[in-house]
Design a binder for this molecule. Structure first.
Ligand SMILES: Cc1ncc(COP(=O)(O)O)c(C=O)c1O
Length: 411
């Protein structure tokens, strides 16, 4: 069980502002322990990492490596070497697409499969790499609920498919795809399986061994950690054999001039993929965030959000026309995201109305334009998303303020 009411006390932004925060899918709030860990680290142990022989630098390097270890354990990776720290999910996916292209694993005539439901972060990198490489992007269409037609995957895959990249959970509908089933299907044609875990890793137990994927990307800021740090997890044997597309400080063991040529001896993973000074303080914060989530238990997080989602859907459905909830009707198919429209009302006006009740929601196209077009919501939608610090009373406040809005519209 998640005791959401008492957990709220850990989040200064809620207690300080009396905020009804329903925008965790965009970025979550931060608990005091994360905030303090970063401050204490900066006050006592801050230095650059992997670059100094003095004690503070060694301490900072240890904390930075420990953060990799904490994340590795959180997703049940085999080792910390598989965990690459980036800036965010977007950069993780971008780095991966560039790495595959750079290592000639995507080339002319190859195919990359994504879905129409993707967040742009998991669409644009592939579209752009495909254009440069002369490859083709094929899309799994969505149904009328915005759910990818995974039943069509077999006919979309071919011996030319190099990558199948998909969002584990949709940031618009909350639909959670059966990642392992998709991974197994993709593997039959030898494709690499890439999961955009931005909306799943913070909310359900993600075990990379169970998912059977090759890569997973996610962001620290959506899982109680700070902004400025993301993760790309990949299998070690794969990472070991890839040359990083971004070279620079921290990525090499030795660089030599030999016969007028620059010879590069790359570092081992994950360091060879982390070019330049990495997000050191952010890594410390992320490790604390992981600890916080582990103390609650990811199965409890999931169950709590499921209850809230069900309750929110029931309440919005009761309000009836002109509210339209996007995505699957069955809350069991969703994570804690409820997106909706109100007739032809501009979503940003609804967001502003809710803000006047101190309720924070996301409005617009949520970086998923194609999905909104397919759902006939071309102006976008209003998205309420839940986390551990949300309770049923937050949903009640959302319902009441929407009810007021509907009454005003009727006048
Ligand atoms: C499904 C999904 N993928 C990728 C991203 C991008 O995350 P970030 O902005 O942290 O790179 C988001 C952010 O909303 C998302 O919801």
């Amino acid at each position: 069980m998640v005791d959401c009411k008492s957990l709220r006390g850990d989040f200064p932004e809620i207690s300080g502002r009396g905020l009804v925060f329903l925008d965790s899918a965009a970025s979550s709030l931060k608990p005091r322990s994360v905030i303090d860990s970063m401050r204490v680290f900066m006050e006592n142990s801050y230095a650059n990492v992997h670059r100094g022989a003095y004690r503070v630098s060694l301490e900072a390097s240890k904390a930075y490596e420990d953060a990799h270890e904490a994340v590795a354990k959180f997703i049940n990776a085999w080792s910390l070497e598989e965990v690459i720290f980036t800036k965010n999910t977007t950069e993780s996916l971008q780095l991966l697409a560039l790495t595959l292209f750079y290592n000639k694993l995507i080339g002319r005539g190859d195919e990359i499969v994504v879905t129409e439901a993707e967040h742009h972060s998991n669409m644009l990198p592939w579209v752009r790499i495909a254009r440069i490489a002369g490859a083709k992007v094929k899309m799994v269409p969505v149904d009328s609920e915005g759910v990818p037609r995974w039943d069509m995957l077999e006919e979309i895959l071919s011996e030319k498919t190099r990558v199948v990249a998909f969002g584990h959970a949709s940031n618009v509908t909350g639909y959670l795809s059966d990642a392992r089933k998709i991974a197994r299907e993709a593997r039959k044609v030898g494709a690499l399986v890439v999961i955009d875990g931005a909306q799943s890793v913070p909310h359900v137990k993600v075990d990379v061994r169970e998912l059977e994927a090759d890569f997973i990307a996610f962001s620290g800021h959506k899982m109680l950690g700070p902004s400025g740090i993301g993760v790309l997890w990949g299998k070690l044997d794969f990472l070991e054999n890839l040359e990083p597309p971004l070279g620079g400080g921290g990525t090499v063991k030795r660089v030599r001039l030999e016969g007028g040529d620059v010879k590069i001896d790359w570092e081992t993973p994950p360091w060879k993929f982390e070019s330049g000074t990495p997000p050191i303080v952010e890594a410390v914060g992320l490790a604390k965030a992981v600890e916080y989530l582990e103390n609650i238990g990811m199965h409890n997080v999931e169950a709590h959000e499921k209850r809230l989602t069900e309750y929110a859907m029931k309440n919005l459905e009761e309000l009836g026309d002109p509210i339209r909830i996007l995505g699957p009707k069955d809350p069991n198919k969703k994570l804690g995201i409820v997106s909706f429209t109100i007739g032809t009302l501009d979503p940003s006006l609804i967001g502003a109305w809710l803000d006047s009740y101190n309720i924070a929601v996301r409005t617009g196209l949520h970086c998923a334009h194609i999905l909104h077009d397919k759902l006939g919501a071309t102006q976008g939608s209003v998205r309420a998303s839940f986390y551990i610090y949300n309770c049923h009373d937050d949903v009640d406040k959302l319902r009441n303020s929407l009810e007021e809005l509907l009454k005003t519209l009727e006048k």
